[in-house]
Ligand binder design. Sequence first.
Ligand code: DQA
Length: 150
Amino acid sequence: MAAPLILVLNGPNLNLLGTREPAVYGTGTLDDLETLCAETAEGLGVSIDFRQSNHEGELITWIQEARASAAGLIINPAGYSHTSIALMDALAALDIPVIEVHLSNIHKREPFRQHSYVSHAATGVICGLGFAGYRLALIALSDILEEEDQ
Ligand code: DQA
C-alpha cells in the first residue's frame, strides 16, 4: 500500500526563515525545515508534499486540491492566520485531519496575533516550539491516520 500523503503548507514570509526576525523564528531556513519534515516523515512511514506561498489564493487552491490527494494536512498560515476567513473556509471543507502550527507562541505576542481564524477549522494546534512543532504535528497526524485505519 502507498504511504499516506501529508501536505505541509507554509504561508507568507516563511520563505525568509533564517534571516527574518531570527530572535522570534530562529536561524534555520525553510530548506532546513523541509529536510526535518522529510526525515521525520520517512521514519513514520508517511510521505510529504512541502510547499510555501506568499499568496492567499494559491494556498486556498492547494487546500482544495488536498481534498482529492492528501490524507492529512499541516499548515502554518503565518500572517493569514489572523485575517483569512477564506483560508478557514477552505480548511473547513476538508474532511481530513488538519494541524495548525506556529513557530512562535502566538499567545505570548501582540494581541492581534492571539486569534487565529484557522484554529476554528483545525483538528489541533501547536505553537511556540519552533521547528519541533512540525515534527510533533507529523507524529500526531500519523497517529490519527493509524487510528482511522483500524
Ligand atoms: C507565525 C506567527 C504569525 O503571527 C506570523 O504572522 C508569522 C509566523 C509563526 O510561525 O510563529 O508569519 O505563524
